[in-house]
Design a binder for this molecule. Structure first.
Ligand SMILES: NC(=O)c1ccc[n+]([C@@H]2O[C@H](COP(=O)([O-])OP(=O)(O)OC[C@H]3O[C@@H](n4cnc5c(N)ncnc54)[C@H](OP(=O)(O)O)[C@@H]3O)[C@@H](O)[C@H]2O)c1
Length: 274
């Protein structure tokens, strides 16, 4: 039986991972505030104490500073949360414990996707610090990095669109940004499948095709029976004050599909079952 430590346990993805990990054995949740053990992962001594108390055989690391625009204006904070925190985990992990790090499609450049795993070139501080965190993780023998994007409650892009359509609020639909997320529940299930399969190294884990964010919003609305009459088409590059972002975030998932001998769902399938 595994003893799984889930970091970022009070974030959007952490609870999905914690729920899936119960099938492997005991689960210990950690967050800065709340969870079984409170810990600021930027504090090396606190991480040593956390790992001592939790004594995990598996760490699912979902904690991160995820606000792309905040990372751009507070790069030292982003570096501490997204790179140094992983270094602390690697330094203090019990011998033989497995480390799974959740990363992001923001490590890819502003070029046409779908991106293969070795095509990195982040254009913002969030992507740069997450990539540095991946590299820190890979110092740990057998580490697994899953680059991803996801939707589903609470407080994700899908909630933003559905809430706006339900309330009849005007909402911009970016037709110049494409991505390939999975539902968070699917992502958590597949992350644990990768653990069971003993996968190591770096994998893209998303839907097998992708859509523009405008197509995604319209498909969500159609599935929920909501009108998109209040939506307006917009271009991401014209939004003032935003950190730079890659416009094509779609990931090539062939490596993951081959390693686990499965076919990942399309984004339309993910929306239809959400
Ligand atoms: N959301 C997305 O669309 C998306 C897309 C691609 C990849 N990802 C990746 O998926 C993972 C999970 O994302 P998410 O959306 O669940 O993130 P989230 O909702 O922002 O949650 C992240 C959690 O990390 C915690 N955290 C931040 N700094 C910390 C620190 N110094 N010490 C301890 N905990 C800290 C936060 O705790 P507080 O509540 O205390 O701030 C928060 O609960 C991240 O690695 C992210 O990079 C997310």
């Amino acid at each position: 039986m595994a003893r799984t430590l889930v970091t970022g346990a009070r974030g959007r993805l952490g609870p999905y991972l914690a729920a899936e990990a119960t099938a492997l054995g005991a689960v210990i949740t950690s967050a800065r505030s709340g969870g079984d053990v409170e810990c600021d992962l930027t504090d090396g001594a606190a991480v040593a104490s956390l790992l001592d108390r939790a004594a995990p055989s598996l760490v699912l690391h979902a904690a991160a500073m995820t606000d792309v625009d905040a990372c751009e204006v507070r790069p030292d904070e982003a570096d501490a949360a997204n790179r140094q925190a992983v270094e602390h985990l690697v330094r203090h992990l019990p011998a033989g414990a497995r480390l799974i790090v959740i990363s992001t499609d923001q490590v890819y450049p502003d070029t046409a996707g779908p991106h293969l795993e070795d095509e990195t070139g982040p254009v913002n501080i969030y992507g740069k610090t997450k990539l540095a965190g991946e590299q820190a993780a890979l110092e740990h023998p057998g580490a697994l990095v899953l680059r991803t994007n996801f939707f589903g409650p609470p407080a994700s892009l899908s909630d933003f669109f559905l809430d706006a359509f339900a309330a009849g609020r005007p909402v911009p639909l970016f037709e110049d940004v494409a991505f390939s997320p999975l539902h968070a529940a699917t992502l958590a299930r597949l992350a644990l499948a990768a653990v069971r399969a003993g996968a190591e190294g770096v994998y893209n884990l998303g839907s097998r095709d992708g859509m523009t964010k405008a197509e995604f919003a319209r498909a969500l609305a159609a599935h929920a029976g909501l009108s998109t009459a209040t939506a307006r088409v917009a271009r991401s590059t014209l939004q003032p004050g935003r950190a730079p972002r890659p416009r094509d975030l779609r990931m090539d998932v062939a490596r993951f599909e081959a390693r686990l001998s499965l076919t990942l769902p399309t984004l339309a399938e993910e929306i239809a079952t959400s």
